[in-house]
Design a protein around this ligand. Structure first.
Ligand code: ZN
Length: 434
């Protein structure tokens, strides 16, 4: 977003700063661990239902609204997504996956503040049926370790505007001619588009960190759909149609049900980590710069098998500074520094190698990009709607957009915004998935 537009939306950003979840509540709460074996698989299946949810065609005519514009942000939830107002295609894909037996029916965990989520009835989170990453159960499909000798870099919780945190990180990496993977929070991306653009245009890799940063195992299947789907969609719309390939669960909280929905519905591979600096707590006295540097030095100077995936955050000036201070020793110790998303097989997105390569037209069948009524664009239907017309923006979205616009003096743009929203969603296939 240009500085002019940013300035024109200053009231918006004042509002946003008051509603965005405080950084401290976005913290991760894990101890580090790297005691189990390296996963045998470093890739996910290349064929799954996501290709019918995020389609592009050579002549589909889609023009994505400028990132940061009112048309771009319209229609997206301003807070936790309403599970009753999801695109029908997502819900159909979930239901099909459930019917096919691909989504384990394990209990939803209970969130107890200050501790890890627990399962009802004393169910063992480390049992093969649940395999909770929070409890250090490593599922073979998840990524925990980097290849030998590789420092696989990533940062969580961006984009962030305060103290120019994200720009500071991007500038440093550019100076050193390297990139990283940003596991971005959808809601933050919605509110801080210029910081997103700075990272994406610098060639960095964009991955999913959910819409509002919840403990995912505490959510219903439909809530999980919303947290992942809206984030994927906004990234898709903001990157020229790229479909994210990787996601990291907030707090590392995932289990067989959550990872199955991510994989079977959206084609996402779950990424955890094998070391945790606890840098997220630098601003709350949970750790100190000295402790972070000591930990980093221990890992960087240690064995190179497996490679390192260190949990780091672009959540405060202190956390970014901690990485910058440690960077020279990463190099001097002979690590191959690389963006995490590029070290698997070089393909960062499900339909593109990276941020500058061509976008592949995935899942395209001739004539598939059309609505049931034969118009030039597909339609979006909400799962709770019984209407067959399909051209409906959810009531929740409409209300939130109205409030959003009222607060930012953007009234009067709703009509065009709605049109843009529907157009931006037009790649959603009308056919049932799976
Ligand atoms: Zn996070």
């Amino acid at each position: 977003m240009s500085l002019i537009l940013l300035a024109s939306l200053f009231p918006l950003f004042s509002l946003v700063s008051a509603v965005v979840v405080p950084s401290t509540s976005l913290a991760h709460s894990h101890d580090s661990y790297a005691t189990t074996t390296t996963p045998g698989s470093w890739y996910h299946q290349s064929s799954h239902p996501v290709h019918t949810l995020f389609r592009r065609a050579p002549d589909d005519g889609i023009e994505y609204p400028p990132v940061g514009s009112p048309a771009w942000s319209s229609g997206f939830p301003r807070d936790a997504p309403d599970p009753a107002q999801l695109p029908r295609q997502w819900v159909d894909a979930l239901n099909a996956a459930v019917s096919a037996g691909k989504i384990p029916s394990i209990p939803i965990s209970q969130n107890t503040p200050g501790t890890n989520p627990t399962y009802p009835g004393g169910a063992n989170p480390n049992s093969p049926g649940i395999c909770s990453a929070t409890y250090k159960c490593r599922h073979v499909d998840d990524i925990w370790d980097a290849p030998n000798g590789v420092f696989a870099s990533s940062f969580d919780d961006g984009p962030q505007p305060a103290c120019l945190i994200t720009p500071k990180l991007v500038d440093f990496l550019r100076t050193n001619n390297v990139t990283t993977t940003h596991f971005m929070i959808g809601k933050n991306l919605l509110f801080y588009p210029s910081q997103f653009q700075m990272a994406f245009s610098a060639g960095h890799d964009i991955a999913v960190h959910t819409w509002t940063h919840p403990y995912m195992t505490t959510l219903s299947n439909e809530q999980i759909l919303g947290e992942l789907g809206w984030t994927m969609l906004l990234i898709h719309n903001s990157t020229g149609g790229r479909v994210p390939r990787y996601w990291r669960p907030p707090y590392g909280d995932s289990d067989n049900r959550v990872r199955a929905i991510a994989k079977e519905v959206f084609g996402l591979t779950t990424v955890i980590w094998n070391q945790d600096t606890r840098d997220w707590s630098l601003t709350t006295n949970g750790t100190t710069p000295q402790i972070v540097q000591s930990s980093m030095h221990e890992w960087i100077s240690g064995p190179k098998s497996p490679g390192l995936i260190i949990l780091e955050h672009e959540v405060s000036d202190q956390s970014v500074s901690a990485f910058i201070e440690a960077y020279p020793s990463i190099r001097s110790n002979g690590w191959n520094f690389a963006s995490l998303a590029q070290v698997v097989d070089g393909k960062v997105y499900q339909n593109a190698d990276n941020s500058t390569s061509a976008v592949t037209m995935v899942g395209i069948m001739p004539g598939s990009i059309s609505s049931a009524s034969g118009s030039s664009t597909s339609t979006l239907t909400t799962a709770s709607s019984s209407s067959s017309s399909g051209n409906t923006m959810s009531a929740e979205s409409t209300n939130s957009v109205k409030a959003f616009n009222a607060a930012t003096s953007l009234q009067g743009r709703m009509s065009s915004a709605k049109s843009f929203f529907l157009m931006a969603l037009s790649f959603l296939a009308v056919n049932s998935a799976v």
